[in-house]
Structure formats: C-alpha cells, structure tokens
Design a protein around this ligand. Structure first.
Ligand SMILES: NC(=O)c1ccc[n+]([C@@H]2O[C@H](COP(=O)([O-])OP(=O)(O)OC[C@H]3O[C@@H](n4cnc5c(N)ncnc54)[C@H](O)[C@@H]3O)[C@@H](O)[C@H]2O)c1
Length: 258
C-alpha cells in the first residue's frame, strides 16, 4: 500500500477561506495539488488569498459569495465548474468571537438567527449546490467544520451549538444518501482555535477567559489550522473513500468519545 495524499486534478471549494481555519486549509489543499476555489463574504480577502496561493505556485481562484444566499451560492457553484471537494468552513460565532455568551432562557429568536443562517443554512446551501455534480461524476468529498459544541452542548452558546449540531446531522444524512454515488461526507469538530474569530478572547490582558477555557483541555493551547490540515487532506483524498458519516474531533483533548 502506498500513502497517497495527492489532491492533483481535484477542485476544492473552501467556504470562508479568507482568514482563519479556512485560509489554512486553502493553502494546505493547494500544496496537496488541488485547485482551490477561495470563497469568502469579503471579495477582497478571497482575491488576496487566491493571489497568494498562485504566487506560491498553487492553483486558486477567488469565488466570493455569501453562503446564506442560496441563489448566489448556486449561481457561483454553477459558474465555477466541477467542485470535487467541498469544505463547509464559513462560520459565525457571534460578535464576541466565541458564541454569544448568555443563558438560553434569557435569549430572543433574533439572536439565534445569525448562527442558524451561516452555520446551518450556509452548509445546507453549499452542500445542495455542490452535491448533484459530485453524484453525477461518481466522486465527491464533503467536509463540514463543526464544533465540539455540536457534540457536547454549549452552555451559554446554545444557538451556536444547535446550528453546528444541525450541520453535523446533515452530514450524516448526506453520507447515507450519497455514498452509493461515490460521495463521502464527514465533520471535523474543533475545540477552541486561535483565529481572528476568537481573537477578542486572546486580546484581553492576560486572556483570563481563554485561560479558563483551556484549563479544561488535555493539551493546554488553542488549536491552529495546521492541527486539522493533514486530517482534512486524508478525508478529501482517494484514501478517504471508506470514511463517511463521521464526526472527528480535533480538540486538544477537550472531550473524548468512545
Ligand atoms: N475559532 C474557533 O475557536 C472555532 C471553534 C470551533 C469551531 N470553529 C469553526 O471553524 C470554522 C472557521 O472558524 P474561524 O475561527 O477560522 O473563523 P473566522 O471568523 O476567523 O473566519 C471565518 C471566515 O468566514 C467568512 N464568512 C463569514 N460569514 C460568511 C458568509 N456568510 N459567507 C461567506 N463567508 C463568510 C468570514 O469573512 C471569515 O473570513 C467556523 O465554522 C467556526 O464555527 C471555530
């Protein structure tokens, strides 16, 4: 058996890859040989990331759209040509960068909307747009970036956790429906990462909230994009073909499952 991490000949759409985890995955997938479609809400960031990948010798195109707008998503996917690999990464954790901290009993429906629109509807939209082409070609990989909140619950971030759990459940359904057409679908469930999303936590003097969170981790540092890069390439590649419907934690040992 030969280890094969080559994504040459594949096109990978990575949503929200203008910064953070998605940006890291875009660079890794390009290094592995994929053509990367760099999506972000912010067109200029998508262009910058795609240009940097090309400057480093990779293949990338900017494909800016808002994942919450199904018409825009489906038009962009149709224009882009075949999408072999979809990474549903774009996410919203609220204005404080770490879920909107508050008791669900005190919350209002308007506060749930941003989480559901990006983290659940965004994943529904992109998956719906990319899946038929994958099935027709008999090959596809879908990786959805969720959170440990989808597995363990999220005290004071209930709507965020619910949105991620909904996306994770979609993955399992797609895995069941589309496996016979050569499509796999998996979730990567992240613990606390140090990215622009969570920067407010680390920017506080001595970062007391961040330290309190990390005290529950076996490995007491936040994650970085490199921590999931190799796993994502395996799931996206030829040798990921029998791994489907799974939620794989990359979480510094925050939680364990049998
Ligand atoms: N950072 C963490 O601690 C953490 C923990 C668990 C899970 N996650 C998940 O990992 C993923 C990446 O997180 P990150 O920390 O890199 O986030 P980030 O906020 O740093 O980056 C997210 C990117 O998505 C883009 N984006 C946001 N809404 C969009 C939309 N509607 N359409 C298109 N693009 C959009 C943003 O412009 C940004 O470039 C998210 O799904 C997040 O929920 C992050």
């Amino acid at each position: 058996m030969t280890l094969n991490l080559d994504l040459s000949g594949r096109t990978a759409l990575i949503t929200g890859s203008g910064q953070g985890v998605g940006h890291g995955l875009a660079r890794t997938f390009a290094e592995a040989g994929a053509e990367v479609l760099v999506n972000d809400l912010r067109a200029e960031r998508a262009e910058e990331v795609a240009a940097a990948i090309r400057a480093a010798g990779g293949a990338a195109r900017a494909v800016p759209f808002d994942v919450t707008d199904y018409a825009a998503v489906s038009a962009a996917v149709a224009d882009a040509g075949p999408v072999d690999i979809l990474v549903n990464n774009a996410g919203n954790a609220g204005p404080d960068g770490f879920g909107t901290r508050g008791r669900f009993a005190d919350s209002e429906p308007a506060g749930w909307e941003p989480f559901l629109r990006v983290n659940l509807y965004g994943v529904l939209h992109c998956t719906r747009a990319a899946l038929p082409g994958m099935e027709q070609r008999g090959w596809g990989r879908i990786i959805t970036i969720v959170s440990d909140a989808a597995r363990t619950g999220d005290a004071f971030g209930a709507a965020y956790g619910a949105s991620k759990a909904g996306a994770a459940a979609l993955t399992r359904s797609v895995a069941l429906e589309s496996g016979r057409h050569g499509v796999t679908a998996n979730n990567i469930a992240l613990g606390t990462m140090r990215t622009p999303m969570t920067e407010p936590l680390w920017a506080e003097p001595d970062a007391p909230q961040a330290k309190a969170i990390l005290s529950g981790y076996a490995i007491r540092r936040p994650g970085v994009a490199d921590d999931l890069a190799a796993l994502a390439v395996v799931l996206a590649g030829e040798q990921g073909s029998w791994i489907t419907g799974q939620t794989i934690p990359v979480n510094g040992g925050y939680s364990f499952a049998l």
